[in-house]
Write a new protein. Structure first.
Length: 231
């Protein structure tokens, strides 16, 4: 009985495998490739700033101690701001060469701060520039806002895709159709504001000022593409 069952099961697997291969190798006719896209501009409601502590000298251990001191100073200023999220980056050090001879060391550590309260964050950046250098500043939609708009754009793009299918259908002899495959891709554009090195120099505490910023907007795009067979 067991042997009969095994033979029957093996025969089923063989039949199933042949059926799958035959389906995969099936030649499809009257297949049209279509694409539809939906996009919109949405306000950037989150600000992100990357600052760094940088030191250079001949004593690597002294440099590390100075960087740690400045970073601790920065974190103590950041911590009381409940509206601000922060995280530090890795400590990095590089040798400084003169004619292939190491003459000193250059080291740095970064801290990333972000918030939806841009007034608080710009004020904080003004304080931190007393010892830290601004490396990058950009604006973007929060994840929640992006997801909401992407879901709405998927709806719009799918409607546009169906409309294009109906347009093609008018010019095909076969009235019925099926979607063979469908891909949905999302993307956004909104270049960061980058600071030139000349503008990154640390300031005296008495002269440090908050940067003037404008959040602007980002373009969210959803693209739907796929193949449709008319039969």
């Amino acid at each position: 009985m067991t042997s009969i069952f095994r033979i029957a099961f093996a025969a089923f697997l063989l039949f199933f495998s042949v059926g799958v291969l035959a389906h995969e190798d099936e030649t499809l006719f009257n297949v049209v490739h279509l694409q539809a896209q939906s996009e919109r501009e949405i306000p950037n409601d989150e600000m992100l700033v990357v600052l760094a502590v940088e030191q250079e000298g001949s004593d690597a251990s002294r440099i590390a101690a100075d960087i740690n001191k400045d970073m601790q100073w920065a974190l103590e200023i950041i911590k009381p701001r409940d509206a601000v999220e922060s995280k530090t980056g890795n400590y990095r050090t590089y040798p400084v060469y003169n004619k292939q001879t190491i003459t000193g060391w250059r080291a740095s550590q970064q801290v990333e701060i972000k918030s939806q309260d841009m007034a608080v964050l710009t004020g904080l950046v003004g304080e931190l520039q007393a010892r830290l250098q601004v490396k990058q500043m950009n604006f973007r939609p929060t994840d929640a806002a992006r997801k909401q708009h992407e879901n709405e754009l998927i709806e719009d793009a799918m409607v546009a895709f169906r409309e294009r299918v109906e347009i093609i259908k008018k010019h095909m002899k076969n009235a019925d159709y099926r979607i063979v495959n469908l891909n949905i891709n999302t993307g956004s554009s909104g270049p960061p504001i980058l600071y030139e090195r000349a503008a990154m120099k640390t300031m005296d505490l008495d002269t440090a000022v908050s940067p003037a910023v404008e959040a602007g907007s980002s373009k969210i795009t959803v693209t739907v593409n796929g193949s449709v067979q008319f039969f």
